[in-house]
Design a protein around this ligand. Structure first.
Ligand code: GDP
Length: 336
């Protein structure tokens, strides 16, 4: 019907071979495909993921979060360029600023991570975050796998710190960095909202010029606060460090922390354990999403939903009774 309007699609092997040979155009197209909401693309997506799966996993996955203006894109650019200079291949899954709805954003029209985007050993992929402003895309996990299959061995996932995003991104990366600035307010930066509890490292950025002393003080305060928290079950005590994304000071120190973490987690078995647990929660997320789709796309449900919503609005039916009725309609139609 609408086939003529559909974006061009290739055969599965074109995507798979392209990804495995590190062809970034095909990598980009594959990410676009898996982000597509078209049901027709679902099958193709699953087939691609299945085929590339044996070539995934061999990277360190790093999440980076912080409020707008904390210096995330400047940091990722400095960090990424530092790592490629050391021979690593870096993929960055980032937020498309044009899709950003976070008020007070100072991103403007500036091209983010311009240098890194042009770095032959880096791949920067901005995605719109969909329903959650500044959050991770619902297909970030799949995108991580595609980048790994394309040969990237450091994967960076950026989010804007507004709360739930950190928890979500924490469930798909190995190491989570909270990027802070001195004097921006603990409440605003999520310090008092349990976000530090998912952080493996706190990095106080903009430790330069007049800000140097303030950053050092902030580091001490966060360090003291973190000591009050129990050591994570994986045996890792979250660390605090300072850096200047602008002049590069302290960037290598952040990477050393990541390496230290990776070494420790690999030797105590928590690295694989955490990835295994993340795969289980991924599976459950997919099941929930699929069941929801099946339910709301079911013709009998579509037919009854409006009427039942109306009777809930007018209090003729309770929400629970309406939900029960819909579930019955769904199971009856599934049995037919
Ligand atoms: P994002 O919104 O978190 O991605 O922040 P940006 O990377 O866009 O940085 C916001 C502003 O802070 C920009 O004007 C940067 O030049 C500046 N900035 C970022 N990192 C540093 C730093 O280490 N030192 C100083 N002095 N400024 C920085």
């Amino acid at each position: 019907m609408n086939q003529s309007f559909r974006k061009k699609r290739y055969a599965i092997d074109n995507y798979v071979d392209g990804i495995l040979s590190g062809n970034r155009i095909m990598l980009s197209r594959s990410i676009t495909l898996i982000e597509s909401k078209l049901a027709a693309d679902n099958e193709l997506e699953n087939a691609i993921i299945q085929k590339i799966l044996p070539f995934t996993g061999a990277s360190i996955r790093i999440g980076i979060s912080g409020i707008p203006g904390a210096g995330k894109s400047t940091f990722i650019e400095a960090f990424g360029n530092h790592l490629t200079a050391a021979g690593r291949k870096v993929a960055v899954l980032t937020i498309d600023p044009s899709s950003q709805q976070t008020r007070g954003s100072i991103l403007g029209d500036k091209t983010r991570m311009e240098q890194l985007s042009n770095n032959p050993n880096a791949f920067v992929r901005p995605s719109s975050s969909g329903a959650t402003p500044g959050g991770v895309h619902s297909k970030t996990r799949e995108s991580i796998l595609l980048c790994e299959a394309a040969g990237f061995d450091v994967i960076i996932v950026e989010t804007i710190g507004v709360g739930q995003n950190e928890i979500t991104v924490g469930s798909m990366v190995d190491f989570f960095i909270l990027l802070l600035i001195a004097g921006a307010g603990d409440e605003l930066q999520g310090i008092k909202r349990g976000i530090v509890e998912v952080a493996d490292a706190i990095v106080v950025n903009k430790a330069d010029g007049d800000n140097l002393a303030k950053a050092a003080l902030a580091k001490m305060e966060y360090q003291n606060a973190l000591h009050l928290l129990a050591t994570n079950t994986n045996g890792w005590q979250p660390l605090v460090t300072t850096c200047s994304a602008l002049n590069g000071e302290g960037i290598h120190g952040v990477w050393e922390l990541v390496c230290q973490f990776e070494e420790q987690m690999k030797s105590n078995g928590f690295f694989e354990k955490q990835r295994g647990e993340q795969n289980i929660s991924w599976m459950h997320d997919i099941i929930t999403m699929r069941i929801q789709n099946l339910f709301y796309q079911n013709p009998s449900i579509k037919q009854s939903l409006d009427t039942l919503e109306d009777s809930v609005v007018t209090a003729q039916t309770t929400a629970a009774a309406a939900a029960d009725r819909l579930m019955r309609i769904f199971t009856d139609s599934a049995e037919r």
